[in-house]
Design a protein around this ligand. Structure first.
Ligand SMILES: Nc1ncnc2c1ncn2[C@@H]1O[C@H](COP(=O)(O)OP(=O)(O)OP(=O)(O)O)[C@@H](O)[C@H]1O
Length: 270
């Protein structure tokens, strides 16, 4: 991780500094939903290890089970079979060390940007003593000037930056990203991809990203996991060793894109 240059920010983020990114072990996890017509199998013996501080992207056909896997990792529901561990401890419930960022920023419209970002600290009774963390999180996403704005005064990209700041203020050890840039226009999306990578480089959390965008996965992640149709099983684990910052036109990215599209059953000539 020598290329990550994040030492400068670490002094202000004691939890991540002390503990680093989380190691996540997903061991033989299978899952299904009980529908009136019978069980719907969604995950099929998924084995995956996310190393501390690693950025891993999950790609797969729509509806195969990627978000379900993120929900299990986040501790939002228990796996039907197998186990999920964070640093060797079973994941049994949501925890502030694992923060989920969804496609929709879901900000409270009546609260200012600052107050939205402060939510996590407030809920944990830490706001009184740690108000500067809110300011720091806003600075990290470039929204200091908008601290007193309300969500309706923000663009889609800015709202998603607020959602990121709201996650970062908790010093997550794992950031669980479920299509976080999916609703943004394509130019904002490209900018935010670079910003998110820069945040990850500075803060040192582990990241698990679900995206439908092959280029996004390859541009951002160190590994791209490709899933089959539902029930999702892992069909490939593609390493992307390119150092950061990455150049979108790098020929290696084009070759990896071709490989990923082929694995997804798509013709990579268009
Ligand atoms: N709570 C639930 N109850 C019943 N079925 C569910 C539930 N959540 C998800 N499913 C079903 O599980 C399957 C996998 O859903 P999931 O959202 O994990 O897929 P996905 O790969 O993230 O999809 P997409 O890429 O389209 O977002 C889908 O068929 C979905 O309808």
């Amino acid at each position: 991780m020598e290329d990550r240059g994040r030492a400068a920010d670490r002094s202000t983020h004691p939890a991540t500094e002390r503990l680093g990114g989380a190691k996540i072990d997903i061991r033989a996890v299978s899952h299904h939903f009980d529908l009136p017509a019978g069980p719907l199998p969604v995950l099929d013996r998924v084995d995956l290890v996310v190393a501390p501080g690693e950025f891993v992207a999950l790609l797969g056909p729509s509806g195969c089970g990627k978000s379900t896997l993120l929900r299990l990792v986040a501790g939002l529901e228990p796996a039907a079979e197998g186990e999920l561990l964070q640093d060797g401890e079973p994941i049994t419930r949501p925890d502030p060390s694992r923060i989920v960022v969804f496609q929709d920023p879901t900000l409270y419209p009546w609260r200012t940007v600052w107050d939205n970002v402060a939510l996590g600290l407030q809920a944990r009774g830490l706001l009184k003593t740690q108000r500067t963390r809110v300011d720091e999180a806003l600075a990290r996403v470039g929204l200091t000037q908008f601290a007193q704005a309300h969500p309706h005064q923000l663009s889609g990209g800015m709202a998603q930056r607020v959602a990121l700041a709201r996650a970062l203020v908790n010093d997550p050890r794992l950031l669980v990203l479920d299509e976080p840039l999916g609703k943004l226009d394509s130019l904002t999306r490209l900018t935010m991809q670079s910003e998110l990578v820069a945040l990850w480089q500075r803060a040192g959390f582990s990241a698990l990203l679900v995206t439908h965008d092959v280029e996004e996965a390859l541009f951002m992640a160190q590994r791209v996991i490709v899933f089959s149709d539902r029930p999702a099983r892992i069909v490939a684990d593609i390493a992307n060793p390119l150092p950061y910052p990455r150049h979108r036109g790098h020929p290696r990215l084009a070759a990896l894109r071709h490989q990923a599209l082929r694995l997804l059953g798509l013709d990579a000539t268009w």
